[in-house]
Design a protein around this ligand. Structure first.
Ligand SMILES: *Cc1c(COP(=O)(O)O)cnc(C)c1O
Length: 463
């Protein structure tokens, strides 16, 4: 830097002059006058604090600020965390057909318009038939997410009355969604029964009074109680509810529509099973095992669904057109259960065989070795999780590329690992792994775009 640029008496050039210069005019052409002026002002301010700058540097700084200001904050990442349905990383990746359905639904569409009759139609009509066809339910509707579904069901069918729930199911589902608190907000009086590890039919029986509106079963999806445990089978709860003329609500959470055991995955109760076991009403997520967009499905008895649909909350919790379109396209894939594992990325990734993952990991390790020369790069076995609290105990055998801190580093190994993880996150399409056992792990289960992964590695700033 020149001496005069650093003098305390530095006088910045005029904003107008900068905007009129050749590079300034380029910025205005790309970003517009207002934003360009704002970023130039910020650049000048920063230069003033630093003691001065020249015109080219000011314009360069402004260009960087403008690019940063216009970069989309939400962008694709490589999810190599090992959790397939990672809530922080957007849960289920959508199927191609769901993505194009969203695009198609982005302009004017027949969202609430009956084309045959030429008048107002039903927003949920685009998916209710799929829901009933696929699950065997009498009726169904959809809201913003499953938390909203729980809220709508409880508030509609149990407000001012009691809902009976086992103490083993008073779960917190992450992010301030605690069943007991949700019930209070829904205007429902919680009637806890049983103990954390064991609840018997008699506990439910004894709790039923004329104030009881429903018995609730919540799938304890994100944890498991093992050992000396006992819970009442859904069929028995359904029979008890029926005999006492109260509602049996099965809150499934994950919401599988197919038997996951066919792909060697752990058993997860399906919506169809919940209904055939006698649930009057069932709720589940759209973006967990179903593999669609964020949504909450409610299916069950037509009279109950009708009541939920009339609750003003339903209007507050409704889906937008793009999400509805993606959901309909996702549900449609289940019309051919034989091809759903190929068409639906979430199931495809969950069902991916460890040998195949290991081959990917080997190729990635070969690509990484020359770039992170001092780090020990290996391919190691690991265990992926389904994520989103689904099937928390069962882990899926997988393979990862691991990078171990260079041998020579004795102190600050943890910090060095953090910096490596940060360098991967700083790539144009950020790569998200995890740190464990003194190593940085990239679980390759969810790595399908190998070429895209390798193409950007040249930009990796290895610490
Ligand atoms: C995940 C989950 C929810 C919340 O569903 P969202 O779709 O994330 O709102 C509610 N209940 C159970 C049992 C769950 O597993």
């Amino acid at each position: 830097m020149q001496d005069d640029a650093q003098s305390p008496s530095w006088r910045p050039p005029s904003l107008d002059a900068l905007l009129r210069s050749a590079s300034g005019a380029d910025l205005v052409a790309i970003f517009g006058r207002q934003a360009s002026a704002a970023c130039l002002r910020d650049a000048i301010q920063a230069a003033r604090t630093a003691g001065g700058s020249d015109d080219a540097a000011l314009l360069g700084d402004a260009a960087l600020r403008l690019a940063k200001r216009r970069a989309l904050s939400i962008k694709p990442v490589f999810n190599l965390t090992g959790a397939v349905l990672h809530t922080n990383l957007g849960r289920a990746p959508l199927a191609d057909t769901a993505i194009s359905a969203m695009q198609q639904a982005s302009g004017f569409v027949n969202l609430e318009y009956d084309l045959a009759k030429g008048r107002r139609g039903e927003r949920d009509s685009h998916i209710t038939e799929w829901l009933t066809t696929l699950t065997g339910a009498e009726a169904g509707l959809v809201v913003n997410n499953n938390a909203a579904a729980v809220m709508a069901v409880l508030n509609t069918l149990s407000r001012g009355k009691e809902a009976i729930i086992s103490r083993g199911e008073l779960v917190e589902i992450g992010g301030a969604f605690r069943m007991p608190e949700v019930m209070v907000r829904a205007g429902v009086k919680l009637r806890e029964v049983g103990a954390t590890n064991r609840t018997h039919l008699k506990d439910y029986e004894d709790a039923i009074t004329d104030k009881t509106a429903m018995i609730v079963r919540v799938r304890p999806s994100n944890y498991a109680i093992t050992g000396f445990t006992s819970s009442v089978p859904e069929k028995e709860l359904a029979a008890l509810a029926k005999a006492n003329d109260v509602i049996f609500y099965d809150e499934l959470g994950a919401g599988a529509l197919v038997d996951f055991r066919q792909w060697g995955l752990p058993y997860e109760r399906t919506v169809q099973e919940a209904l055939s076991d006698g649930a009057d009403i069932v709720s589940f997520s759209g973006d967990k095992l179903l593999g669609g967009p964020q949504a909450g499905m409610i299916v069950g008895r037509a009279d109950l669904i009708k009541r939920v649909a009339k609750n003003p909350l339903k209007r507050a919790l409704r889906l937008d057109k793009a999400t509805l379109a993606a959901l309909a396209a996702t549900l449609q894939l289940y019309d051919d259960p034989d091809s759903v594992a190929e068409q639906l990325p979430s199931i495809r990734l969950l069902a991916r065989k460890v040998d195949d993952i290991r081959q990917t990991a080997n190729r990635m390790a070969d690509a990484l070795r020359p770039l992170v020369a001092q780090w020990a790069v290996q391919v190691e076995g690991c265990a992926s999780q389904i994520g989103s609290g689904a099937l928390p105990v069962d882990m899926l055998p997988s393979a990862a590329v691991t990078m171990t801190v260079p041998e020579a580093i004795m102190r600050g190994r943890g910090r060095r690992l953090d910096r490596l993880a940060a360098a991967f996150r700083a790539l144009p399409q950020p790569v998200i792994g995890r740190i464990a056992e003194d190593r940085f792990w990239l679980d390759c289960r969810c790595l399908e775009d190998e070429a895209g992964f390798i193409a950007q590695l040249g930009e990796l700033q290895v610490p």
